[in-house]
Every structure is written in C-alpha cells, then in structure tokens.
Design a protein around this ligand. Structure first.
Ligand code: MN
Ligand code: MN
Length: 382
C-alpha cells in the first residue's frame, strides 16, 4: 500500500516538484512520529448499533430508545427510534423542526393525526406492516388503539435529530405568556394555569373509539395521504427472498426517504451492489445476517446483525447481505433519498465487452462467458 501511495503522489507532477513532495512527505512523516503509511487510511468505522439494548426514555405510558449520531456516530443522515405505547397511551401533539418522520408498525395498532401547512388534516389507523411519513414540520400525534399497546420503528432523515428534543404542544403552552395563550385559545387565564406545567411527551390516554371525527367537520380531508401500506404492495420476487421498495414514486409525500423491507430465506445472499446517491440504514426485525462493506483503498468491514440491531452503509460503499441461521431474516431499510438508485455488480459486468473483463481480471474467455450479465437481486441458498 505504501508503494501505491508513493506512486499516486508522484503521478502527474514534475520531477522537480516530486523532490519537493518527497521532502514534504518525509517531514510530515517525522512530525507524525514516523507513523507507518498504512495508518494513513482510517479503518472503516463500526456500522452496527444495538438500539433495543439502549437505555432511552422510560415512562408509565410507554418507552423510546433511539440511535442518533450520539449513540451511533456513522449514522449522520438517519436517526432511528424504537417506540412502545401502552393501550390508549399517546405520543402527544408535536412537530419536528429538523427532520421528517417515517415509521413502520411492528406490533399492535395506533391512530395518527396530522395537520398539513395547507390546512388539510388527516386521521389514519395503522396496523402491522403499515408506514407513515410526516414531512418536516407537519404537526402530528399518535395513540395506541390495541389492547396490548403497540410497537413501531421510527426513522428520521437527519442523524443529528433526537426524538427527545421535539416541539411539544405542552412545552409550548407551559412556557408562552399565559395571557398570550389565553387570548389564542379563547379561554380564561385561570384555565390556562391548569394545563400541564411541563412536556407530557408520552402520556396516558383513554382508549379511543373505533372511529372518531375531527373537531372541525369542515376541514378538507388530506389530498396526499401520510399513510402507505408497505406490506400490501406486491414485492419484487427473487429466488432467495422478497423486497418491497417504497420510494416517492409509490408514496408521493415521502420525498426525502425510500423505505424497504427485505425478507431473506435461509442461505440467501443479496448480491454485491452499491447505491450511488444514498446512505442505507437497517433495522433487524427477525433473523440474522452478515453485512460486508467495501470502501476505497481496499478497506472492508464485516459485521453480524440480529433482532434489534441497526446498521448503516455509507453512500457509494459497496456491500452485500448474507443471511445467517435457519430462520428467515427480515430487515427494514431506509435510504436518505426519495428516489431509489442501485448498481449491481452483475449488471455492471453485463454492461462491458468480454475482452475488457478478460484483461481486467486476467481470465479466459471461457470464464468470462460464465459471469452474470444482469442484476441477480437476492440469490437462493447455494
Ligand atoms: Mn414525531
Ligand atoms: Mn444496498
């Protein structure tokens, strides 16, 4: 690697400046206490975090565990939260100034309400396999509607976003001048004084009836739903498993994220590929998998994931997912772009003349002829 570095450094510059560069390089090397050239390239960072094992927030009505850059430094563009609500409990009215919110319902059911800037409102019920997307700043609330409560996975399009720093309605009312709140709400100051004194965040609530109306019956229903039934979409079917991919094409409101669910059969392999313009974030629902990541300078890192783990693959880094164990593996995936893009190694090889591949790999035409010519997706157990 040292030789290659030296070669790259001298490429395309004059002999005279080569001497200067060498002198500078050796000066830098002695300054850095003669660190070997191999350490020049930082090893690939950890790309795994055990979100369900984190401490997070725990209250009588529910809990939230998060993976932001504070817990999971590589995850700059996406933050995740695993949230549980007891029956009737609510995640109070709030909004997010820094991030849009995506969610996938894992267990139980909940009801969501959301207000759009055009004044349109939506009330929607979510069950297992359903997703929501609340664009940045849209005011929303959630309430568990099933007798055993509910569990959902949240994803935010900003790794620096913390669920514990949101704009909550009770925080606002408790801190604004009571006279201003009283005038705004049209109630006496003495009544404003009875409102919560601090943020409710996740609070107990009554189990809502099967159907409820908006207080303002005149409000126009939302023209672009915040709800998308991911599990009800026909998946892409491959020999080794299934993939449901939901971009802004399928779910127009979801402009900053693409969501996917990948089901891998035992022994399956998602082929070598990369995503040109998006980071990839994982949450493991069930089963295990090994993920190998490839970065420049021949650097690789492999980590094994199981239920409750999150993963993060940086934009443009090559990778594969290898199923591990006898039980099928289910992964929820987010990309930080509303448009889905991928390039598979197989497709790339198909897009080249045979002679070039023979020379590049020093292989015979016979072997070159056996190489795949188009995307293979998820391969079955070999
Ligand atoms: Mn929220
Ligand atoms: Mn990928």
């Amino acid at each position: 690697m040292a030789e290659e570095t030296k070669h790259l450094k001298t490429e395309g510059i004059s002999r005279r400046s080569v001497f200067g560069a060498v002198a500078l390089a050796s000066a830098a090397a002695s300054q850095a206490n003669a660190a070997p050239a191999e350490t020049k390239f930082e090893p690939l960072p950890s790309f795994k975090y055990d979100i369900e094992n984190g401490t997070g927030w725990q209250g009588p009505a529910g809990s939230a565990k998060e993976a932001t850059v504070a817990e999971f430094p590589i995850s700059q563009s996406i933050a995740g939260v695993s949230m549980r609500l007891k029956p009737g409990a609510m995640r109070e009215l709030h909004w997010h100034s820094l991030a849009a919110e995506w969610a996938y319902m894992l267990e139980g059911t909940c009801r969501g309400t959301v207000i759009s800037p055009n004044g349109q409102a939506e009330i929607a019920d979510f069950g297992p396999g359903d997703t929501w997307y609340f664009p940045r700043g849209h005011g929303h609330a959630l309430q568990a509607t099933s007798p055993n409560g509910c569990h959902f996975l949240l994803g935010f399009d900003n790794g620096h976003f913390s669920e514990f720093g949101t704009f909550s309605i009770t925080d606002w009312i408790a801190t604004a001048p009571p006279s201003v709140v009283a005038r705004t709400l049209g109630i006496p100051v003495s009544e404003v004084a009875k409102f919560p004194k601090k943020e409710v965040y996740i609070g107990p609530g009554r189990m809502p009836p099967a159907a409820e109306n908006l207080r303002n019956a005149e409000l126009q229903p939302n023209q672009f739903s915040h709800k998308y039934r991911l599990d009800h979409q026909p998946p892409k079917v491959f020999p080794g498993g299934l993939e449901y991919i939901v971009s802004s094409k399928e779910f127009p409101l979801q402009t900053t994220l693409t969501a996917a669910r990948m089901d891998l059969q035992p022994g399956a392999l998602q082929e070598l590929h990369w995503h040109p313009h998006a980071d990839e974030w994982h949450y493991y629902v069930r089963g295990r998998a090994r993920v190998g990541v490839f970065g420049s300078h021949g650097r690789t890192k492999t980590e094994e994931f199981g239920p409750g783990h999150v993963g993060f693959i940086q934009q443009g880094y090559g990778h594969y997912i290898e199923q591990v164990g006898d039980e099928p593996t289910e992964i929820l995936i987010l990309f930080n772009s509303g448009e889905y893009q991928a390039i598979s190694l197989a497709n790339w090889l198909g897009g080249n003349p045979s002679t070039l591949l023979e020379d590049n790999f020093s292989i015979s035409q016979n072997i070159a002829d056996q190489l795949p010519k188009k995307e293979r997706g998820i391969l079955a157990k070999g």
